[in-house]
Ligand binder design. Structure first.
Ligand SMILES: [Zn+2]
Length: 313
């Protein structure tokens, strides 16, 4: 009886937590209509309703299952809408990371770009040290970690983080599932450019703002050596080409293009315009020309490079 009451109490508290978090989206929790899915690149973000596609029952079941599986192993499981967070630091620290990093970033990213939540539950695993991160990564994915910081696996529906390395990568990785849910046609250059913009970020007027970071140095060196490809080349890379990147400059070039757009007040227009026109403009080149009010991207790149050379980290 006692045990039964315990389960019930935790069910109730999880249910309350879920309904509290979904208060803004009440009304159609549980609806999961395939007609809600639209062809890539044809959705206007402003037209997309913010709605719960994951029901409270699904969240409750997911959290309870994790709690059962991880009982007495030192993990804290929290619902941090729309994610389920699992951490092996002490419960207070996990809560702090939920509120100060995840909630902080999610609220701002949603306000600025992403009205739609992912349509499936994504777990965020926060490991408090290198050893548990490496062990945890292998047991969760069957593979060794290929980055010391953390990563998002869309296939496994998990963000797996070595949170001891800081919250920057976590914010970066949070962008990816939201981008997938809101702008599935987004090419890798902009997906990574925007995500890496926010890996070093803060608030300005309650908006998320990227700051200069460690990627600046390699970019300045590449500009100095005159080996940065034209924007057209970088923006027209396929996913494979973007990540293969023999020059190692794609992330930095994409990030500091986004940073430039942010600093000149054009990033919102670029995102919205690109989102709207992606079917006709899959690389974003035309949208970039529109927001920059120029057709001469070569001349723009020259002045952008001069601007980048003056930036400091
Ligand atoms: Zn990324």
């Amino acid at each position: 009886m006692k045990q039964h009451n315990g389960i019930l109490a935790s069910l109730v508290s999880v249910a309350l937590l879920v309904s509290g978090c979904n208060a803004q989206q009440a009304g159609n929790a549980g609806s999961r209509s395939s007609t809600d899915r639209t062809e890539a690149g044809t959705i206007d973000a402003a037209m997309m309703p913010e709605r719960a596609v994951i029901s409270d029952d699904e969240y409750v079941a997911h959290v309870l299952k994790l709690q059962e599986r991880l009982a007495n192993q030192g993990y804290t499981v929290r619902l941090e809408n729309p994610f389920v967070v699992i951490g092996n630091e002490d419960a207070e620290m996990v809560q702090q990371r939920c509120e100060q990093t995840i909630r902080w970033a999610v609220q701002r990213l949603k306000n600025q770009y992403f009205p739609r939540d992912p349509d499936h539950i994504i777990e965020i695993w926060l490991f408090g040290d290198k050893e548990s991160y490496e062990t945890g990564c292998e047991s969760l994915t069957g593979r060794k970690a290929t980055t010391p910081f953390g990563f998002y696996s869309a296939a496994e529906k998990k963000l797996i983080m070595n949170i001891a390395t800081g919250g920057g990568t976590l914010v970066h990785e949070i962008v990816h599932p939201f981008m997938a849910a809101n702008f599935p046609a987004c090419p890798s250059w902009f997906n990574e450019g925007l995500a890496s913009l926010y890996e070093q970020s803060g608030s300005r007027d309650d908006r998320i703002i990227g700051y200069t970071n460690w990627r600046l140095r390699s970019l300045q060196l590449a500009i100095d050596d005159d080996r940065l490809p034209p924007f057209e080349t970088m923006m027209k890379t396929t996913t494979r080409e973007f990540y293969d990147d023999p020059s190692g400059t794609n992330y930095a070039q994409a990030r500091y293009l986004c940073y430039y757009l942010q600093e000149t007040g054009k990033l919102d227009d670029f995102y919205q315009g690109f989102h709207k026109n992606a079917a006709d403009d899959p690389s974003g080149m035309q949208t970039l020309q529109t927001v920059l009010e120029t057709t001469d991207l070569e001349a723009f790149q020259k002045s952008w490079q001069e601007w980048v050379m003056k930036l400091k980290f």
